[in-house]
Design a protein. Structure first.
Length: 473
């Protein structure tokens, strides 16, 4: 008599790590994305060791059962959504920080470590892990690696991919492979580490990561600038980031400026819809008369001089008011308003579709103007918050999911926003990933040859197509 999937899994996992109660497993069926189909998992497993993950994958390969890896399920593209009859492989119990090395400036972690927990732990050693998604208090490092997450500080420090030095990965057949390095430099062979970053669990299961760290910077100070138009705010962004063809003049007490350009630690934009939504949710006292609010920050040794220089550029671009924070507490209050943006927009109608289109900074104003036109065309509220310094916009479509016509218009407006992004020379996702939500658009962006080559890579790592099927392609 053949053994069942659950029986085979239980042979290599403790009883409490194998969940079969439908009322329990249903909670693991999807992430936070709208309009993304989710199936019914056959079982949810929560391993604690690499060997247990290997057992799950050997079992899945033997029975040809699909496996959907998950972290905290804070994703916004459906990449963690279950498929019918799958094994949901939740890695949240693998949450140990294995090593922090101040000399090598690395951390070695398991995939279930929460981003904020890692940041606090390395901070005790005078170190800094820069990638900081808005969900950093909940999201896991494994999930960040799977979707190549970004965050508020990317304008200065870059995205997750730039901090992943090496990985231990369990392949589809259960073999364990190590990629990359723990050294500051290394170019041996193909860069398989980068291949796994952003692969959304479709090539293997990350069970350990070697992450690069930086020295902890000084406490940043934030400036808020109010504008009468999004165009003026975007012009200020360009002025702040523009480099010059000459050496910059020395700035007394500065340090955030390079040859002709500024290097803020954060440069964020909120449009009027977002500002009003945040005020309605949290009574933040943000200026509701504004059409766009720009937040700039510096974590240099003497940030006040840098803020003054950027404030002057904002005024030259047409800012109606510029308010620099006087201390860390005021700075954190302004940043809290930005972090509340997506939650506040969700409260407008109850449901949101959060886009993630990244365009060249020089086209940022065109993107925001286009989103406004799309909102008017479909009669929808669409708020935009953006990592303006790197052109990554988050147009957020607010709608009533119970209203079928409004839901249809929301989906159509979402597609038009992505099309606009591609027209402007951008990409369909800067940090949220493709998942289920953007499969069609990935094919449009890559083109047929690009899709063919990516599918060939997928087949090499996962010949039976059991790893997170139905995602990306």
């Amino acid at each position: 008599m053949s053994r069942t999937l659950v029986e085979l899994l239980q042979e290599g996992l403790p009883a409490e790590a194998v969940l079969t109660d439908p009322d329990v497993t249903s909670a693991y069926s999807h992430d936070m994305a709208s309009f993304c189909a989710a199936g019914v998992p056959a079982v949810v497993v929560l391993p604690r060791t690499v060997e247990q993950v290997q057992h799950v994958m050997r079992t899945a390969t033997e029975l040809r059962v699909p496996v959907v890896p998950q972290g905290a399920r804070t994703g916004l593209s459906g990449a963690a959504n279950a498929s019918d009859g799958c094994i949901v492989l939740s890695l949240v119990k693998m949450n140990r920080i294995l090593e922090i090395s101040p000399v090598d400036r690395i951390a070695v972690v398991e995939p279930g470590v929460v981003n904020a927990a890692l940041s606090r732990a390395v901070g005790e050693h005078g170190l800094y892990y820069p990638p900081d998604p808005s969900s950093w208090e909940m999201c896991t490092i494994g999930g960040n690696i799977g979707t190549a997450s970004g965050g508020l500080c990317c304008v200065k420090y870059g995205v997750t991919a730039e901090y992943v030095l090496g990985l231990d990965v369990v392949l589809a057949d259960g073999r364990l492979m190590s990629t990359g390095r723990r050294t500051a430099k290394g170019v041996a062979g193909y860069d398989l580490t980068r291949l796994f970053v952003g692969s959304e669990g479709s090539l293997g299961i990350v069970v350990r990561a070697v992450l690069a760290l930086r020295p902890k910077p000084p406490q940043q100070l934030v400036l808020a600038a109010e504008f009468a138009s999004t165009g003026a705010a975007c012009d200020a962004v360009c002025k702040i980031m523009e480099t010059k063809g000459r050496e910059a003049l020395p700035q007394k007490g500065g340090g955030g400026r390079r040859a002709g350009g500024h290097v803020p630690s954060l440069l964020e934009l909120m449009d009027r819809t977002t500002v009003r939504a945040v005020n309605a949710l949290a009574n933040m006292g943000l200026p509701e008369t504004t059409e766009a609010l720009l937040l700039a920050a510096f974590d240099t040794p003497h940030p006040t001089a840098d803020l003054a220089a950027v404030g002057a550029l904002c005024e030259a671009a047409g800012a109606t008011q510029v308010v620099p924070a006087e201390d860390a507490a005021e700075s954190e209050l302004l940043l809290q308003a930005r972090r509340l943006s997506l939650t506040a927009l969700e409260a407008v109608k109850g449901t949101t579709m959060i886009d993630d289109v990244c365009v060249p900074r020089s086209r940022l104003a065109e993107m925001l103007d286009g989103v406004e036109r799309i909102g008017e065309k479909y009669g929808l509220t669409i708020g935009v918050c953006a990592h303006a310094g790197d052109g990554n916009t988050h147009p957020t479509v607010c709608f009533d999911a119970a209203d079928a016509d409004e839901a249809r218009r929301a989906r159509e407006s979402f597609d038009e926003i992505m099309a606009l992004g591609l027209e402007l020379g951008g990409t369909i996702t800067g940090e949220h990933g493709v998942g289920v939500l953007k499969k069609e658009w990935l094919a449009r962006e890559l083109g047929p040859v690009g899709v063919e080559m990516q599918q060939a890579v997928k087949a090499a790592f996962d010949p039976h197509h059991i790893l997170n099927p139905g995602k990306l392609f």
